[in-house]
Design a protein around this ligand. Structure first.
Ligand code: ZN
Length: 254
């Protein structure tokens, strides 16, 4: 079993060949896809996509979109969260690298969505870029911190350990295959595999073999292969354990 825990297949970059892309994923051994829909303008399109077999979905407001978020978006999010195939709230978080939305608005929108996730008993998929210190401080304030994943982790091993101790999983994606990604390779090899999820974040972040091209879920096998190698275990075992991690966090009946 292979789960790509983070895809954006509703993205317009797949409009021309979405069916073929999904088919290539399932043909290459991927068994389940988690579609991540984090722009309110795209929610309906993603909801439609998630009606396919073996596809689940997460809804949220990305920090990039935080400034545009309207009151009605939060109401709609609450209704989408209880959907049959909705597994999480996300991706939500802080992005101080691009700063597309003012930081105080990013924080406000993030915290509000943490509240929605808690109310509906759903895990969260967290996007965090150049904001790990603040993210840790913010999450530590919760007596019952949310359950979830720090998606596409790009922090240090020390930060990884803090998140893992708080109960979060860490999402490993394409950059782990890049020759110069020593920091991420260290995280993937030192953090116990029971704390890791495998993802593509397609269409972004294609693994080394396809670097510069559009990423797609079939390439998640490259991420798994690299992770297995770093862990010194077989590809099958890495696939089985990380898929189990994903099932335990996201697919348990709440
Ligand atoms: Zn993403």
């Amino acid at each position: 079993m292979i789960i790509d825990t983070h895809v954006h297949l509703s993205d317009a970059k797949f409009d021309a060949d979405r069916d073929e892309t999904v088919k290539r994923a399932f043909d290459s051994g991927v068994t389940v896809l988690f579609e991540i829909s984090c722009d309110p303008l795209e929610w309906d399109k993603a909801l439609e996509f998630s009606k396919r077999d073996n596809v689940y979905i997460s809804f949220g407001i990305h920090p990039h979109e935080a400034e545009k978020a309207k009151e009605e978006d939060f109401f709609k999010l609450e209704s989408l969260i209880d959907g049959k195939k909705t597994i999480a709230v996300g991706e939500i978080g802080l992005d101080y690298h691009y700063d597309f939305s003012p930081r105080h608005i990013q924080r406000e929108v993030f915290i509000r969505q943490l509240g929605i996730a808690a109310k509906h008993n759903k895990p969260v998929i967290i996007h965090c870029r150049s904001a790990y210190e603040e993210m840790i401080t913010l999450l530590k304030k919760y007596e019952n911190p949310p359950k979830g994943v720090i998606h596409c982790f790009s922090g240090t091993i020390d930060e990884a350990k803090v998140f893992a101790e708080m109960g979060f999983l860490l999402g490993i994606c394409g950059p782990v295959t890049y020759p110069k990604s020593d920091k991420l390779k260290q995280v993937a090899s030192e953090i116990p595999i029971e704390k890791l999820l495998i993802e593509t974040d397609c269409p972004y972040l294609a693994p080394q073999k396809y670097r510069g091209q559009r990423n797609e879920p079939a390439y998640v096998t490259e991420v798994l292969r690299q992770t297995a190698e770093l862990k010194n275990i077989s590809f099958e075992e890495a696939a089985r354990i990380t898929a189990n991690n994903a099932k335990e966090l996201f697919l348990q009946p709440s």
